[in-house]
Design a protein around this ligand. Structure first.
Ligand code: NAD
Ligand code: LMR
Length: 324
């Protein structure tokens, strides 16, 4: 039997956490041979709701779930954790821009970055889901000087899955036929879903769809999918976000030769400013991701990639004072 790993989910009583905790406890993220201890962090107002979730988790009698730590204290939540899923944040409501959330959420991620730095397993892997996810991850990373920047990431896997799905629906093929889709940039409307390198049954996707569809249908619909779900459902996506978060962490731990999109600190690849948390195509081996190198980038792609970089630079400028 493997040694249990500790996984913190912040925003434990929220809707994404509700879709995550039960599946992680069932072994869907790290495997059915990996015991887990769940740490669930909430704000005081949500502790009753969290208690109810803990009761439900107990009622599942999951063989892999060795313990549950339920807390409002950051120190308790982050002590010795091996994996951190930073989900808790104020979600965007109808008509609200993501940038409005920057400062509200910035404080949360400063505190949590410091706590990761001080109390977590020094090899902790961190995934930020709470929006604005890239900049929140940047804040947490900068607040944790003893950890490597490579331990921090933000989620663009949901955007990646959305792009794969939209292309599969358009072409009437299974999603498994599609490879090498990329999300570049920010998890926001400036993200660039790129199918210039995508393969469908090992054939170039560009030979199968026209540019008009790519520019006026595919790209905007992936960019706006989160907002479209909020508008129609009244709440932001939850089950699909949880599924993407599990896939992100699972691949990061277990590895993948397939290209997946992860927002990670830029190493300067593709001219993106170093340390910005920017979504790149990556492959993963032995727990380390590697940005897919030397892709040919055409002028249109370059402009879109730059636009998302600029937005991230503006977000970074807006929160710099929080990092003192
Ligand atoms: P939710 O409102 O249902 O849950 C958020 C929870 O976080 C709440 O229970 C709240 O009490 C808690 N919380 C707030 N501040 C906290 C703090 N300081 N510490 C601990 N917990 C705290 O929201 P949700 O639908 O679960 O979404 C969570 C976040 O994920 C939002 O920011 C949303 O925009 C984001 N999101 C990101 C993606 C992505 O692809 N990156 C996709 C969907 C949603
Ligand atoms: C999503 O992509 O579904 C969410 O990030 C949308 C949001 O702003 O919560």
């Amino acid at each position: 039997m493997k040694k249990p790993v500790r996984i913190v989910i912040t925003g434990g009583a929220g809707q994404i956490a509700y879709a995550l905790a039960f599946r992680i406890a069932a072994g869907e993220m790290l495997g059915t041979d990996q015991p887990v201890i769940l740490h669930l962090l909430e704000i005081p107002n949500a502790l009753d709701a969290l208690k109810g979730i803990v009761m439900e988790l107990e009622d599942c009698a999951y063989p892999l779930l060795q313990d549950i730590v339920m807390t409002e204290e950051v120190k308790v939540a982050f002590t010795d954790v091996d994996y951190a899923l930073l989900v808790g944040a104020r979600p965007r409501g109808p008509g609200m821009e993501r940038n409005d959330l920057l400062r509200v959420n910035g404080d949360i991620f400063t505190v949590q970055g410091k706590a990761l730095n001080e109390y977590a397993n020094p090899r902790v892997k961190v995934l930020v889901v709470g929006n604005p996810a890239n900049t929140n991850a940047y804040i947490a990373m900068q607040s944790a000087p003893n950890l490597s920047p490579q331990q921090f990431s933000a989620m663009t896997r949901l955007d990646h899955n959305r792009a794969v799905s939209q292309l599969a629906i358009k072409l009437g093929v299974p999603v498994t036929a599609i490879n090498q889709v990329i999300i570049w940039g920010n998890h926001s409307a400036t993200q660039y879903p790129d199918i210039n390198h995508a393969l469908v049954h090992n054939q170039s996707a560009l030979a199968l769809v026209d540019q008009n569809w790519i520019n006026h249908d595919f790209i905007p619909s992936v960019q706006q999918r989160g907002a479209a779900i909020i508008n129609i459902r009244g709440k932001s996506s939850a089950a699909s976000a949880a599924f993407a978060a599990m896939a992100h962490l699972r691949d990061w731990v277990s590895g993948t030769d397939a290209w997946v999109s992860m927002a990670v600190p830029s190493d300067g690849s593709y001219g993106i400013a170093e340390k910005l948390i920017y979504s790149f195509p990556v492959t993963i081996k032995d727990g380390e991701y590697h940005i897919v190198p030397a892709l040919e980038i055409n002028e249109l792609s370059h402009a879109r990639m730059q636009a998302s970089q600029q937005e991230l630079e503006q977000e970074r400028a807006a929160i710099t004072d929080l990092l003192c």
